[in-house]
Design a binder for this molecule. Structure first.
Ligand code: KG4
Ligand code: ZN
Length: 432
């Protein structure tokens, strides 16, 4: 234990094995991510059994690399934080089991973090690091509510992180978590150091990132699909195909029509407002219809065979010439129209939810938050409305462990440690 407030974060909920050391929830000393993209690319999606196997292979070297990069030893750590869910059960278990063993061996507290809360803290961590709000100099003893007496005595910190997050303490922010597994809207609020979340809306079927991945696969592009669609859409006409989103009906939820979906497992939806609900399976089907109607399927299959041929290293196109070598203008137009519609729908509901809360701040996070069109349009709309929108860095947008260590810090201060019985919770819900 160094008393520096060093938390080792471990993340293994899906297809990235990640470890990071973050000081006091505000300063990233290291962030190592081992991606399994190559393993899953040929299947066009994450294969759970392969993911668990790859996590088992990577976890020890990734944690070692994170400690080495941070220049700290296991004995310097003050706590270990791990993603407890939501995610793939077998994948989560690898991180949890390893974190438990390390914590037990080192006599350190273990902190369970919700993956979605981690994504929200990726934005906050980025803001704290870029805005350099961390006061330095005078030493301040942190108030350890609930932490053990031994630890409270042992630790003296350089600054109080709660003051850094004061901006958000006074007013609620609206957070959009938009990734391959989630499209959720939360009210996020910090009171006396502790964060609380209220679910305001979410997808009733596919997540937005899942729609990007499925459309990319359908058109014969690489995995994950988001970066491909993002790169290709720049060269297409977003008005070429008029995709529309239907208003979600309350009756459908109450009738239990969505109860079997992946997303529906995480929290009750009956009391959520339909205007803040998302649905992305319809647009995916609309793209499929377009592809069939215009006989683009054969060409997509040929493209996939080329892009995934053994030994071929494919990357998204960087110029219009490269894009046109891959596919005709008609496909570029389709991709641009798809992305434009998805971003438009995310924007409409996010800003409406923020307005209903009176929130002046919007946090957009998760893998899809890396999307260029999304960032540009959210930023322009926020400026027009006079509200502030923040995103994580590109590296912090997709899965990483720095966000897990950062989210753990307020819990560490509050002494909220995991029980020995901690296990993976694939459908762990965030907030109420
Ligand atoms: O947060 P993340 O790494 O993992 C999950 O928790 O799901 O998000 C991965 C998702 C994938 O669906 C991927 O296609 C999408 O984020 N993604 C993007 C972009 N980069 C990643 N979607 C749109 N545009 C991007 N630039
Ligand atoms: Zn994620």
């Amino acid at each position: 234990m160094s008393g520096r407030g060093l938390i080792l974060g471990i993340e293994s909920s899906c297809d990235e094995t990640a470890a990071a050391v973050v000081e006091r929830g505000t300063r990233t000393l290291s962030s190592v991510v081992a991606s399994q993209i190559k393993t899953h690319a040929r299947y066009g999606g994450v294969v759970p059994e392969l993911a668990s196997r790859e996590h088992l292979r990577a976890i020890v070297p990734v944690v070692r690399a994170a400690l080495a990069e941070a220049g700290v030893a296991l004995g310097d750590l003050d706590a270990i934080a791990v993603t407890a869910g939501p995610g793939l059960a077998g994948a989560l278990l690898v991180g949890i089991t390893y974190a438990k063993a390390l914590a037990y061996a080192q006599g350190l507290p273990l902190i369970a973090v919700n993956h979605l809360e981690g994504h929200i803290h990726a934005v906050l961590l980025h803001e704290l690091e870029t805005e350099k709000q961390v006061p330095s100099g005078a030493k301040a003893q942190v108030d350890f509510v609930g932490a053990t007496a031994v630890m409270a005595k042992a630790m003296t910190y350089q600054s109080c992180p709660d003051t850094n997050q004061r901006n958000l303490a006074e007013e609620a922010a609206l957070a959009l978590v938009v990734s391959g597994g989630h499209t959720h809207l939360y009210r996020a609020r910090q009171e006396r150091g502790a964060w609380s979340y209220l679910l305001m809306g979410r997808t009733v079927d596919d997540a937005a990132g899942e729609a990007f991945d499925k459309v990319a696969k359908l058109l014969g592009f690489g995995y994950p699909g988001g970066p491909w669609i993002d790169a290709l859409a720049r060269f297409g006409n977003p008005k070429a195909v008029p995709f529309a989103f239907a208003q979600i009906k309350v009756k459908a939820h109450l009738a239990g029509k969505v109860a079997r979906t992946k997303a529906a497992k995480t929290a009750p939806i009956a009391e959520l407002e339909p205007r803040f609900m998302f649905s992305f399976s319809g647009i995916k089907t609309a793209v499929l219809r377009y592809v069939e109607l215009h006989e683009l399927r054969g060409e997509a299959q040929a493209r996939a065979a080329r892009l995934f041929a053994p030994g071929v290293e494919s990357r998204p196109p960087q110029s219009k010439e490269e894009a046109l070598e891959l596919c005709p203008q008609q496909v570029l137009d389709l991709v641009a129209s798809f992305q434009c519609a998805v971003v438009g729908d995310l924007m409409k509901k996010t800003f409406a939810a923020a307005e209903s809360l009176g929130a002046r701040r919007i946090l957009v996070t998760g893998g899809v938050a890396a999307n260029r069109e999304l960032r540009a349009r959210f930023s322009a709309e926020a400026a027009r409305r006079g509200v502030r929108v923040s995103f994580p860095t590109l590296a912090l947008s997709t899965d990483n462990a720095a966000m897990i260590a950062a989210a753990a810090w307020p819990r560490f201060l509050a002494g909220e440690f995991a029980e020995d019985s901690l296990s993976a919770d694939p459908s762990l819900a965030l907030g109420r």
